[in-house]
Design a protein around this ligand. Structure first.
Ligand code: HT7
Ligand code: ZN
Length: 883
């Protein structure tokens, strides 16, 4: 397979000005006609025009109305090359035949549950028609759709509906026109039996926008929350970023078969139904929050991605990092900022850090790819969002807003690069960003060490930093990065000290803000080693470092356990209170892993129990914050910190600490369950979600005990739950232990919800991710369950993805988990390479395990790489994992 490199980027030889598409949607095949006005970039033109095209049957090709003769074009399995087009502008017309009904890859045009829909990002448009399928080709589109009226009463595409009508033979048509130039990856078409929830939004300049959320009729009642989220997002983008919606219509369509979460097609967002449909009875608080975030995310793309798009796919983080940052901020403003930040940082640590330390490590802007689909990663998205967040940390809210305003002003209607975003931030603020651009080009998570010292005589407090960036594939040597470290100092009462001035790099800078006291400052750490001296510090402080997690790094400080307990109890930065607890928990877990490996008795530090108890009982704290603060770091996070990952030891230790905490804090936990029980009415707001989160976290802890009274309590919670959040949490609590109660509850849950595929997916995931011994057998059985379907990505993610997320069973020492996944990947790859390639990623960190496991995993990867007809998607991940 061919590798594509960023350094090889070349401007296109031809631009496309207008594109008129026409679709005849049929039951056997679909005919696509495309009429494109072509403009050479350089005067004259006459160079060959290379069009991408995959799985297309070419019916005809014309230039300026004349059929091309044999020698005038060349066709291979991936291209149509016009060998000698005329010089100057010309009109290219092609007719192609495609088979959406046979398309199980879910890219291009495909059928999902009887309806037609498209997914063109990143390179799916080439499965619809011959085109220069690259984002720097921006054109104005019209789209005419013709189909049977009874089977496909609704016909949608981008932009405005300008004509529709009935035709002979029970057919009808619709003609759509999108007035905005767009890259082809934003093209969309939907046709089917759908109904809409309608609403309106009046923009800041007084334009009335008609909003429609389309679903199969039976799902319509579940779209209320999505509509609420959409309107909230439209308002928020006006208020916070000054961005107004630009058309008179905005459509959202929900489809059950979708490879990713959703797609921001211009004015016709297409969503995985999991991220649109919700009712209190069927969706959890987590689902509600995800819908809010993703509806926001896709809407925000209208400016960050659509109006201003990417020059090439290496720039993906330009739109994704920025839009993830925007959706994170949106959710923070609508809920709890600290809790949202904790969730986002946990995600980064659990998924992005391992990626950055493994064979698939790549910079936020990758240097090369074989298959672009493989680079829709946590690095591009989540680390990319952290990079955007660092601009804001350095510039402050107003400076950041100036930067985005300039970015939109300069680049509206253009396809640009990450440097263009950087330049807008810099120029709008006249800022010195030193070597900040390295965040886009260097992979690997920087490791920062910090030591502190207090000089009572000089009243100075010194922080000494050093940094290293680990080697990653293709990047053995790294340069120091620009790391913004937000820091504050606590006095002995736990209060923030006002900061006066800081000495660094031979300069003394005063830390004030409009003359008022400042309690947090951002240190600009740019070298391999650097010292920052706080002046006028009256007593030895406890430093609170990297407040709000101001940079995506691994920080190792010399803070003692006592310092950390102090920060856990007092830090004004709530994120760092949580962080102090997590550092303590990580240390505790790692120490017990060593004990476990030496066959020593496990012990739980009483000071840790006391720290957790204080948090539990602190009525001033937000309840969701408490739930997060008493949750131990995940097993993956601990394994990530070990020389050789030991899933059995980490699992046993986490389980032991949970059970021990439950036993020692049983009365307090029981109280929390009682005090926070749910009322009849489900309300989606922060206070109610926080209450449910705390109750259910407490219940989960309690259920780890061998205690009949508790078993009864959990069963009662399950039976009397009035919403899915409570019901599913109770079910998960029951399902911790094998036995009759578990079997009965799982059977009962399936009987109740078998008619709702989204709830059944939760049921699949709960079982497949279980840590009960030998669970692979149950997962094999579930593969043949009537509700399972290999063609539906959500079901695959729930059942197979869920299984790979369970360290003990996936990494079972007999290799059964690896064998299971190896077989599945090969099978799945024939249907849907994108989904198969996501699944094969579970193998990528095989070198982190012991020799026995390494050999077993490697054998599966080798088997996969040598499979016949393997897709480029899976090949890229599997071969890079083996390298
Ligand atoms: N921009 C969207 C990306 C996407 C995608 C990429 C590859 C294959 C399938 C896909 N479906 C959607 C999603 C987003 O980040 O908004
Ligand atoms: Zn996105």
């Amino acid at each position: 397979p061919k590798e594509i490199f960023l350094k090889d980027y070349k401007l296109p030889d031809y631009y496309f000005d207008t594109v008129d598409l026409s679709f005849l949607l049929g039951e056997e095949k679909t005919i696509v006609s495309a009429k494109i006005s072509v403009v050479p970039r350089v005067d004259g033109g006459g160079f060959p025009l290379v069009l991408d095209g995959v799985d297309l049957k070419l019916i005809s090709v014309k230039i300026n109305g004349n059929d091309l003769k044999k020698g005038d074009f060349h066709l291979d399995t991936r291209h149509l090359i016009l060998t000698s087009p005329p010089s100057g502008n010309f009109i290219l017309e092609t007719v192609t035949e495609i088979l959406p009904q046979m398309n199980t890859s879910l890219e291009g045009l495909y059928k999902s549950s009887g309806n037609f829909c498209t997914q063109c990002e990143a390179e799916g448009f080439r499965k619809i028609t011959f085109y220069q399928d690259r984002p720097d080709i921006m054109a104005k589109y019209t789209c005419r759709i013709e189909a049977d009226k009874l089977l496909y009463p609704v016909l949608l595409s981008n932009g405005n509906l300008i004509e529709q009508g009935d035709l002979e033979d029970g057919k009808h048509f619709a003609l759509w026109e999108d007035p905005f130039k767009k890259p082809c990856y934003l093209f969309a078409l939907v046709a089917g039996q759908l109904e809409s929830r309608d609403d309106t939004f009046t923009t800041c300049s007084g334009r009335k926008v008609s909003l429609r959320i389309w679903t199969p009729p039976e799902d319509l009642p579940k779209t209320e929350h999505a509509m609420y989220s959409l309107k909230a997002a439209m308002k928020w983008d006006e208020d916070v970023f000054g961005r107004e919606y630009d058309l008179d219509i905005f459509n959202v369509v929900s489809v059950p078969d979708f490879n990713m979460g959703a797609m921001e097609n211009k004015s016709l967002n297409i969503f995985n139904s999991k991220l649109v449909l919700a009712s209190p009875e069927t969706a959890t608080d987590g689902d509600y929050a995800a819908i809010l975030g993703v509806i926001g995310h896709e809407y925000f793309h209208n400016w960050t991605g659509n109006r201003v798009t990417c020059r090439d796919w290496f720039q993906l983080s330009l739109k994704e990092g920025l839009t993830v940052f925007r959706d994170q901020e949106f959710s923070s403003d609508l809920g709890s900022r600290t809790v949202k930040r904790i969730g986002d940082v946990s995600k980064l640590r659990s998924y992005q850090f391992p990626q950055d330390a493994g064979p698939m490590a790549h910079p936020v802007r990758p240097h090369s790819y074989i298959k672009m689909d493989n680079f829709y990663t946590v690095t591009v998205y989540e680390k990319g969002a952290e990079v955007v967040r660092m601009y804001k940390t350095l510039l402050g809210s107003q400076g950041f807003r100036k930067g985005t305003d300039l970015y939109f002003q300069r680049h509206d209607g253009q396809a640009v690069t990450c440097e263009d975003f950087f330049a807008a931030m810099r120029d709008a603020n006249d800022a010195d960003f030193a070597n900040f651009l390295l965040w886009y080009s260097q992979a690997g998570t920087p490791v920062v060490k910090v030591t502190s010292s207090y000089n009572a005589e000089a009243r100075t407090f010194t922080l000494k930093f050093s940094q290293t960036v680990p080697s990653t594939p293709g990047q053995p040597v790294k340069e120091p990065m620009f790391i913004p470290v937000a820091a504050g100092l606590l006095d002995s009462n736990g209060k923030d000290m006002p900061l006066s001035s800081i000495y660094s790099d031979g300069k003394l800078e005063s830390v004030t803000c409009d003359g008022g006291p400042v309690f947090t400052t951002v240190l600009r750490f740019t070298k391999g080693e650097e010292e920052f001296v706080f002046t006028d510090v009256p007593e030895k402080p406890i430093p609170s470092l990297l407040r709000g997690y101001s940079a995506p790094i691994r920080l190792h400080s010399d803070l003692s356990d006592n310092d950390l307990f102090f920060l856990l109890a007092h830090d004004s930065d709530e994120f760092n209170r949580w962080e102090a607890g997590q550092i303590l928990a990580r240390k505790l877990m790692l120490s017990q892993v060593v004990n476990f490996q030496k066959d020593n008795t496990l012990v739980l530090d009483p000071q840790f129990v006391h720290g957790i108890k204080c948090i539990l009982l602190d009525s001033n704290l937000d309840k969701e914050f408490i739930a997060k603060a008493i949750t131990l770091p995940g097993e993956g996070e601990i394994m990530d910190m070990m020389e050789v990952a030991d899933p059995d030891a980490v699992h046993a230790v986490r389980k032991y600490i949970r059970k021990q905490l439950a036993s020692e804090l049983k009365p307090e936990l029981l109280n929390l369950v009682k005090q926070n029980s749910s009322a009849e009415q489900y309300v989606f707001d922060h206070a109610n979600m926080a209450r449910r989160a705390l109750k259910n976290t407490a219940l989960g802890y309690l259920a780890s005990l061998e205690d009949e009274e508790i078993t009864k309590l959990v069963l009662l919670e399950y039976k009397t739950a009035t919403n899915m959040t409570d019901q599913f949490s109770a079910l998960a609590a029951i399902a911790q232990k094998p036995g009759k109660a578990r079997d009965d509850a799982l059977a009962d849950f399936y009987n109740k919800w078998q008619h709702d595929y989204l709830v059944v997916n939760k049921w699949f995931a709960l079982q497949s991710s279980s840590d009960i011994p030998g669970n692979v057998e149950n997962v094999y059985k579930l593969l043949s369950h009537q509700a399972f379907d290999f063609k539906n990505p959500n079901k695959v993610y729930s059942l197979i993805g869920g299984f790979c997320a369970s360290p003990v069973n996936f990494h079972a020492k007999d290799g059964s988990g690896y064998k299971f996944l190896g077989e599945i990947v090969v099978q799945l790859d024939k249907l849907n390479p994108q989904v198969a390639s996501r699944m094969v990623s579970a193998f990528s960190r095989w070198k982190r395990y012991d020799e026995t496991r390494q050999n077993l995993a490697k054998a599966q990867l080798e088997m996969i790489v040598s499979a016949n007809g393997l897709s480029e998607n899976v090949y890229e991940i599997a071969s890079k994992s083996l390298a």
